[in-house]
Design a protein around this ligand. Structure first.
Ligand code: FES
Length: 198
């Protein structure tokens, strides 16, 4: 499946008002996927790398691709979202991404990404496989009065920050997974490989 996450009409609306960026991100993420995402063993082990076009991905937006039967989110984070990340460290279970299985080594950094502004994640909750929703705005939410943007899983209320790092005291045991990826150029990302094949 190719790019199915960005809706042109919604993007035009986005440019008109930044106040709804988070909400639109939720809608875009929620449309193509069912709540519980459980790829078959076959889907997990088969499937070629997928090239994502991010040339039209605006600040605050998320686009979803599919790789090996899993939703792969690419999120263009805003400066306020990035600036807020260190402030969450004391509230997180694994703020320094120490669990090796959850990301490649090049994503073991403050942003959990190759480029600070662009986050690439497997959009599957590490608890029981539901699909969390992005709540990108830095504002109090019913599930967290100190919310600084991130992802909320409605199934059992797990919360993750804007780097996919899991909060303390929720059912999900680990940070969201960062898949292998590399930048083909400034506007294209190859999902599924750590580097260009020789
Ligand atoms: S599946 Fe996400 S919190 Fe349980």
């Amino acid at each position: 499946m190719a790019n199915d996450g960005v809706d042109l009409g919604r993007r035009r609306f986005l440019t008109a008002t930044t106040a709804v960026v988070g909400g639109v991100g939720v809608a875009v993420a929620a449309i193509p996927f069912i709540k519980s995402w459980q790829p078959s063993a076959r889907a997990k082990t088969s499937g070629a790398p997928v090239e994502a076009d991010i040339s039209k991905l605006e600040l605050g937006q998320m686009v979803t691709y599919e790789w090996r039967g899993q939703p792969i989110w690419i999120i263009h984070r805003t400066k306020p979202q990035l600036d807020a990340l260190p402030s969450q460290d004391s509230r997180l279970r694994d703020p320094s991404s120490s669990v090796e299985t959850q990301q490649p080594t090049y994503a073991v950094n403050e942003y959990r990404s190759r480029k600070p502004e662009l986050l690439v994640l497997v959009g599957i909750c590490t608890h029981l496989g539901c699909s969390p929703k992005m709540h990108g705005e830095l504002k109090p939410e019913p599930f967290d009065p100190e919310w600084k943007g991130g992802f909320f899983c409605p199934c059992h209320k797990s919360r993750f920050d804007m780097a996919g790092r899991v909060y303390d005291g929720v059912p999900a045991p680990t940070n969201l997974v960062v898949p292998p990826y590399y930048f083909v150029d400034d506007t294209h990302i190859m999902i599924g490989l750590n580097e260009r094949a020789a």
